[in-house]
Design a protein around this ligand. Structure first.
Ligand code: GTP
Ligand code: MG
Length: 318
């Protein structure tokens, strides 16, 4: 599968992503072995995140942008992080993530969000799928996520550039978005700047520009505000110019150091999630994990004391 994948075979890529998403332990092993093999061939793409509340126009935007880039002979992969909870059922982004014209383009690969699992699991699968797409020779990876808190933070930690899409006139413009999300954004894109909404979009743009000017500069890049109409395909070229400008300003060194930091924080997050998983699922540790949880809840132990004890247990297990 590796050789086919490196040649850019889309079927091999699809199969490899299916392996990564599988719950079967044999598949999991195969997936990790494959990832290890292809890792040296990853890292060559531009990684772009696009988030925004449901209905803001993310899929329309990504489809138009994707088609524009495919026409320039670039290979574009689209991945999605849909944090729908298995409890509420169904996906938030639904069928609209299919992007039919883009999917049919020979230079494009569109993969919907993994359907199950907690955000952590979906996040891991998306990160790993991204590596596979890179090994398969995709120049650009677009990651769509719906604007509901956690998933935005997760996506901003796996991409080079994080864009947040907004629509004009959604109540008080500055309340339409949490400050935290503005801080994550490298690009704010006000979509649906067409028809009656055009003036509102320009007003929103200056609101956001002044809001952003109150925030401190990010290293080498000051977040930009753009308007566009994904429906009418207006402003997408300007958006892409900003992306290219970002890569130019970042240069090889800053890009590498950003990705290094992301990989290291991902390792740290994974490690603590795996430790928790081990404690809560291992039959011989489970009961101590449960008592630690109740002890800290009833103030019988401090979390520090409980963590120390659990760590001792884990060490003893070796
Ligand atoms: N007027 C106008 N409508 C748009 C524009 N972009 C998208 N829409 C419409 O807005 C609706 C939602 O578009 P989507 O692209 O599905 O939005 P989304 O953000 O992907 O939505 P979710 O995947 O559900 O989170 C659709 O009816 C689009 O036709 C635009 O630029 N202008
Ligand atoms: Mg969508």
């Amino acid at each position: 599968m590796k050789d086919q994948l490196l040649k850019g075979d889309i079927r091999a890529l699809s199969k490899a992503i299916t392996l990564i998403e599988s719950k079967n332990s044999e598949h999991k092993k195969q997936a990790q072995a494959l990832l290890k093999d292809i890792l040296p061939h990853s890292g060559k793409s531009k990684r772009i995140g696009i988030s925004g509340v449901p209905g803001v126009g993310k899929s329309t935007f990504i489809e138009q942008l994707g088609l524009m880039l495919c026409e320039q002979n670039l290979k574009v992969a689209v991945l999605a992080v849909d944090p729908s909870s298995p409890i509420s059922g169904g996906s938030i982004m639904g069928d609209k993530t299919r992007m039919e014209s883009l999917s049919r383009h020979p230079n494009a690969f569109v993969r919907p969000s993994p359907t199950s699992g907690a955000l952590g699991g979906v996040e891991r699968k998306t990160r790993e799928s991204m590596l596979l797409c890179e090994a398969a020779g995709f120049d650009i990876i677009l990651v769509e996520t719906v604007g509901v808190g956690q998933s935005e933070v997760a996506v901003s930690n796996m991409v080079d550039i994080f864009s947040v899409m907004l629509v004009p006139g959604a109540g008080d413009d500055l309340q339409g978005i949490k400050k935290g999300i503005i801080e994550l954004a490298d690009l704010l894109v006000i979509n649906k700047a067409d028809g009656d909404q055009k003036t509102l979009a320009e007003m929103a743009k200056s609101h956001y520009q002044s809001a952003l000017s109150l925030l401190s500069h990010k290293d080498f890049w000051q977040a930009q505000v753009l308007t566009c109409s994904a429906r009418d395909n207006i402003g997408l070229d300007v958006y892409w110019k900003s992306i290219e400008q970002w890569y130019q300003l970042a240069g090889k060194d800053k890009l590498e150091s950003k990705r290094k930091n992301q990989a290291q924080s991902w390792l740290k997050e994974l490690l603590s999630a795996m430790i928790e998983d081990e404690l809560s699922s291992d039959p011989s540790l489970k009961s101590q994990w449960q008592s630690a949880l109740s002890d800290v809840a009833s103030s019988k132990q401090t979390p520090y004391q409980a963590a120390n004890q659990l760590l001792k247990l884990l060490r003893g297990q070796k």
